[in-house]
Design a protein around this ligand. Structure first.
Ligand SMILES: [Zn+2]
Length: 415
């Protein structure tokens, strides 16, 4: 970054770089705001509101504007902690409730156009001086619940890192940012229509989600895929450590760094976990708690050998070490109890009357899962196929976080 004393003749101005178009909400118009009953379109005026990191010009009421500033500051605190750099300069925003309140000339033509279509745009000017640079962003956004936050993520990234990265990362992270509720919060909070869409068909292949030929503002469906991949990589324990350095390198436009240079060797694992995430996706889902165990080595059980593993109530599918062989019969016991809510009655692996809390198992073979089947506190089962046995406590996928307790699970060959 440069300080303010740049000599004009040394500076090259990288042109008005329009970075992006808004969040999924805008694309089919549902996010468009209409004036509340009783308030005429021309009834409110545009005023300016300031907080530590934002100047917002808006026709929202003073109370609404204050709430917006609070939401923006909270989010900015989260994302600047995440990326490890303070916001360098105030982010300037135009947030529009009703275009009729805005005199001609007050919004840039691209800002007006984008807001009229129900979305938002962040335009950034970047000056470079040798290897140093300085960037200034201006945001235009409709006054819905997500677009101002989404655009503010772009503005922070552009001003702080000089670019927002390729489309998949830029838009995916703007969505992650707008949904983020707190530093420790790793749960899914996205819009219902995003969940419904992502679960409705075949998952989009990774290579399509991260394709560099993509452009911003293409469709809200593509924004949904970008969000799901960034959310997974950002919070899943298998991928999170590499994700932030990758993002910083992408935003710094480091030569030769792509999704594939960092994650290429794990592509099959990511593809599998992405499918699993989408299949079980619901509000409250935790990709960190459902991170797949790629490390535990499964084995065939022989003779009187006993395989022991631990099953936690608060996690998704967990490795048991058992490599099942079709036709073999296994005896098992699951000792201990677990609970599905704070202060709830402890349950054994038999679960309760509704079947919740029951021990479930699944075969994992060549990156695909069988239908789950029920185990219990003890019993036997005959393998219907080859595969590694994974188990979990039956519970809604979005409600794992408040579970507690663990069982000790033992398998051996049935004599
Ligand atoms: Zn965007």
């Amino acid at each position: 970054m440069l300080n303010g004393r740049m000599k004009g003749f040394l500076v090259t101005l990288a042109g008005a770089l329009a970075i992006c178009i808004g969040s999924p909400g805008e694309m089919w118009g549902q996010a468009r705001r209409v004036p509340p009953a009783g308030q005429s379109a021309g009834g409110s005026v545009v005023a300016e509101y300031k907080s530590a990191n934002f100047i917002v010009r808006t026709d929202l009421t003073a109370k609404e504007a204050q709430e917006l500033l609070e939401r923006l500051e909270t989010m900015l605190g989260l994302i600047s902690r995440y990326w490890g750099k303070k916001n360098a300069q105030v982010i300037e925003m135009y947030v529009v409730k009703n275009l009729a309140n805005w005199p001609a000339g007050m919004l840039s033509p691209e800002g007006r156009e984008s807001v009229a279509s129900g979305g938002g745009v962040t335009s950034t000017q970047k000056r470079t001086l040798g290897r140093a640079w300085q960037a200034k962003s201006i945001v235009y956004a409709v006054a819905d619940r997500g677009t101002p936050q989404h655009e503010a993520v772009h503005a922070y990234c552009a001003q702080t890192f000089g670019s927002t990265g390729p489309t998949w990362y830029s838009e995916g992270m703007a969505e992650v940012g707008q949904y983020w509720r707190g530093a420790e919060d790793k749960s899914v909070n996205c819009h219902d229509h995003v969940i419904a869409y992502l679960k409705s068909g075949e998952p989009k292949p990774l290579k399509d989600v991260v394709d560099l030929a993509q452009f911003t503002g293409d469709s809200w469906q593509n924004y949904a895929w970008r969000w799901s991949l960034c959310h997974l990589l950002g919070f899943n324990e298998n991928y999170t450590a590499r994700f932030k350095p990758l993002g910083l390198a992408l935003m710094a436009e480091q030569q030769g760094v792509t999704f594939w240079t960092v994650y290429g060797t794990m592509a099959a694992e990511i593809e599998f976990e992405h499918r699993l995430f989408l299949q079980n996706l619901e509000p409250g889902y935790r990709v960190d708690l459902c991170s797949w165990d790629w490390k535990t080595k499964p084995q065939r059980v022989r003779g009187s050998r006993v395989l022991v593993s631990k099953v936690e109530a608060a996690r998704g599918w967990q490795a048991t070490r058992l490599e099942a062989q079709q036709g073999e019969t296994y005896a098992y016991t699951a000792e201990g109890t677990w609970t599905l809510e704070k202060d709830a009655k402890p349950l054994s692996a038999d679960g309760d009357e509704s079947g919740k809390g029951r021990l479930l198992a699944v075969y994992f073979d060549d990156y695909s899962l069988s239908e789950p089947f029920e185990l219990a506190a003890q019993g036997t089962f005959t393998a219907t196929q080859d595969g590694q046995i994974f188990v979990r406590c039956r519970e809604d996928w979005g409600s794992l976080a408040d579970n507690s307790g663990a069982l000790s699970l033992k398998f051996k060959l049935s004599q």
